[in-house]
Design a protein around this ligand. Structure first.
Ligand SMILES: [Zn+2]
Length: 365
């Protein structure tokens, strides 16, 4: 596979290797020389779990791109992650930065999956970190278990889905689990904003008709991807650049009913929102403990199983929504979604927790 910079997508200038999982994250979760378990990757139909030292898990990047990202985001993410582990208060700026950092982990994971499967799909990425991050509605679910342990995992990667749709991954940092999901218009319907008939994530070549939205109040849950709500839910709406000039979309920003969503008519990057007692609220502007989730009570293995399962179920839910649009999709997209669903489901079935889940539809408490 041709090498490209994960930030700008061009052949790397003054080549530098970017640690997808940065050194500070390794230090926070154990010894930096330890082996990591990666996968499952599917290479030519064969399921592979790979083990190699975390610190060798690098992706190509330009020197300058790497440096810019380090200064703007990576350096600050470290303190925020430490604050999360220590249950300290966070403000909207912290959460905004954390969401940007997860954009990088998510998109970077898609590239890592391509490199480690020799990109069997022969698919050129349709966006890179600089052009794909901070452009779409995004959500972060934060789970925590009472039990303490050191742990670092990334779930929902290595499979075809993430290479085609780098929209959802799960991450565990010690006893905190994160599920990060981001795609265009994801929250628009629930927020009463106009949304397209066919989401461009599924078929970007289709002319998408923007629909007015009859909702005048927020709908909870924001997204119908069926997740365990015993977590804190942080949301942010971002107007995709492709429709920023659309008069219909544009006419909405300044309306008073959208004051909670957007800081001003000119700003297309929304406020940080969170859910509390099934209500959607603007996150307090001062440092606050509102982000702290109710705690689960499960051991490391169950927690890992749970975050992995939850991630794959949310990915599958996105796939199933796409499959319902069959009539409006190119056949190749429809077939690709079907393959992704089959692959994801085959992995779900080997998770011990999944057997209990499909029998009783319950998550761990
Ligand atoms: Zn670059």
């Amino acid at each position: 596979m041709e090498r490209f910079c994960i930030f700008c997508g061009k052949p790397p200038v003054d080549k530098n290797n970017e640690h997808l999982l940065p050194k500070w994250l390794l230090e926070l979760t154990g010894s930096i020389n330890r082996q990591g378990t990666f996968g499952p990757f599917i290479n030519d139909g064969i399921v592979e779990i790979k083990k190699f030292p975390f610190k060798t898990f690098v992706l190509p990047a330009c020197y300058q791109c790497n440096k810019d990202f380090g200064e703007q985001i990576e350096g600050k993410a470290r303190q925020i992650m430490q604050d999360i582990i220590d249950k300290r208060p966070l403000d909207p700026k912290d959460l905004n930065l954390l969401l940007a950092w997860f954009d990088k982990i998510r998109i970077g994971s898609a590239f890592a999956s391509m490199y480690h499967t020799q990109n069997v799909h022969n698919k050129a990425p349709h966006y890179y970190i600089n052009t794909g991050a901070m452009r779409n509605d995004r959500l972060l679910l934060i789970y925590r278990t009472k039990q303490d342990f050191e742990c670092l995992n990334v779930f929902g990667v290595g499979l075809s889905f993430i290479m085609h749709y780098p929209i959802c991954i799960g991450t565990i940092v010690n006893n905190v689990g994160f599920i990060n999901m981001s795609y265009s218009f994801m929250l628009h319907k629930a927020l009463g904003l106009p949304f397209p008939l066919v989401n461009p994530e599924y078929a970007s070549d289709r002319e998408f008709l923007i629909l007015k939205n009859p909702n005048s109040s927020f709908i909870y849950p924001f997204i119908d991807h069926g997740y365990n709500a015993k977590c804190s839910e942080v949301f942010q709406s971002i107007i995709p650049p492709s429709v920023r000039q659309d008069p219909l979309v544009n006419s909405y920003y300044g309306l008073s009913q959208y004051e909670t969503i957007f800081p001003s008519k000119e700003t297309l990057i929304g406020n940080i929102l969170y859910a509390s007692n099934k209500k959607i609220l603007k996150y307090p502007s001062q440092k606050s403990l509102q982000w702290i989730p109710e705690e689960l009570n499960c051991d490391q293995e169950t927690f890992q199983n749970f975050i992995a399962m939850q991630t794959l179920l949310m990915q599958n839910s996105f796939i199933k929504k796409g499959l319902k649009l069959k009539e409006n999709l190119p056949n190749s997209v429809y077939l690709c979604l079907k393959d992704c669903l089959e692959e994801n489901t085959s992995i779900l079935k080997i998770l011990p927790l999944y057997k209990t889940f499909i029998r009783r539809k319950i998550f761990p408490e």
